[in-house]
Write a protein that binds this ligand. Structure first.
Ligand code: DAH
Length: 335
């Protein structure tokens, strides 16, 4: 067999073997057999070059190198192919490299989105955000808010009491029934001027229906300073409603009563042919200012408490407050 023949049969066998290699092990075996440096078919070919007559050596050597390069290139290409091919997890038909069905990214709950937007709007009006505890004492939930002992709002059946006052517990504790508690906590700790909002959950043992739940969210607002007036209150609530519900949304203030404000109003916005009640507000009662150590002769304030869900329901046309708490993905994914 002359050199050309052995070159050709080497190349043919090597390429066939590389092509047939379906695993990294088979490819490695082909490398050892056809490209091995210490022994193997390439080494044999190289050895045979010694007997080539001197004048043919350059040409035969060149052929040898060409063939070696071609086989090496084929081997490297196959190696890359095997490495990038889909890999099955050991012992299973599961291809770990195939694209998956993909979980969609989570989203913020519609109420959380509303809360963030509320805080944002109020921050633009200069109101900082404060937090208060959900487990409260009677002082912050009632007494300091000018709600006397015999007031129906303090009925144990209308509140989630956690403990009653005793020599051991000292004070009764309950889940707060309103975020107005945070007004008291803020005024106890800070001096005017004050401009805060506080958003959070409140709890009442109400019958659950399309517009009531035992747990819901309120945004409390409080502004106290030397000359805070009813006009300031109306301006802030009007600006807030416009910012959330849109330009030209008609708002209405109706005389009302709350123990902690005097005078008090109910705040409504237009919906269809009627009005939707969104919360209560008023000028902070002098008794409340005094309970927090302020002098009602020197400062005045306004306060408001708005239901969060109502706004969100109004904007999105949601007809039942229970949707917010049922964790039905088809509902939640719409927001
Ligand atoms: N706390 C009242 C409620 O839960 C709402 C409220 C009314 C808050 C008037 C206020 C206010 O701050 O001034 O029904």
């Amino acid at each position: 067999m002359d050199h050309e023949q052995s070159f050709a049969s080497y190349e043919q066998d090597a390429l066939k073997s590389i092509e047939a290699a379906a695993t990294a092990d088979a490819l490695e075996a082909a490398r050892i057999e056809f490209l091995g440096k210490k022994q193997g078919r390439l080494k044999d070919l190289q050895g045979a070059l010694g007997s080539v007559p001197v004048d043919q050596k350059p040409a035969v050597g060149k052929r040898f190198n060409e063939i070696k390069d071609r086989v090496t290139a084929a081997w490297e290409q196959k190696k890359l192919m095997l490495e990038s091919a889909p890999k099955k997890a050991a012992g299973s038909e599961f291809d770990v490299t195939l694209p998956g069905a993909g979980l969609s990214l989570g989203k913020l709950h519609p109420l959380t989105q509303t809360i963030e937007e509320f805080k944002d709007i109020m921050a633009r009006l200069g109101f900082e955000s404060e937090e208060g505890p959900e487990v409260e004492d009677e002082w912050h939930n009632f007494v300091a808010l000018n709600i006397p002992e015999d007031h129906p709002a303090r009925n144990p059946l209308d509140n989630f009491y956690l403990s009653v006052a005793s020599t051991v517990t000292k004070e009764a504790r309950l889940l707060r029934s309103q975020t107005s508690t945070v007004q008291i906590r803020t005024m106890e700790q800070r001096q005017p001027p004050i401009r805060i909002v506080s958003v959070g959950r409140v709890y009442r043992p109400d019958q659950i229906d399309a517009t009531h739940h035992m747990m819901f969210h309120q945004m409390e607002g409080l502004m106290v300073g030397p000359d805070v007036t009813m006009a300031s209150l109306k301006t802030v609530l009007q600006l807030f409603a416009t910012a959330y519900l849109g330009e030209n949304v008609p708002v209405r203030f109706r005389p009302s009563f709350f123990p902690f404000t005097e005078p008090s109003v109910e705040f409504d916005v237009r919906r269809g042919n009627g009005w939707l009640e969104l919360g209560g507000a008023g000028m902070v009662d002098p008794n409340v200012l005094s309970a927090c150590g302020y002098d009602p002769e020197k400062v005045s304030g306004f306060a408001f408490g708005l239901g969060i869900a109502r706004f969100c329901m109004m904007r999105h046309g949601i007809d039942d407050i229970r949707h917010f708490y049922e964790n039905e993905l088809r509902f939640l994914q719409q927001f």
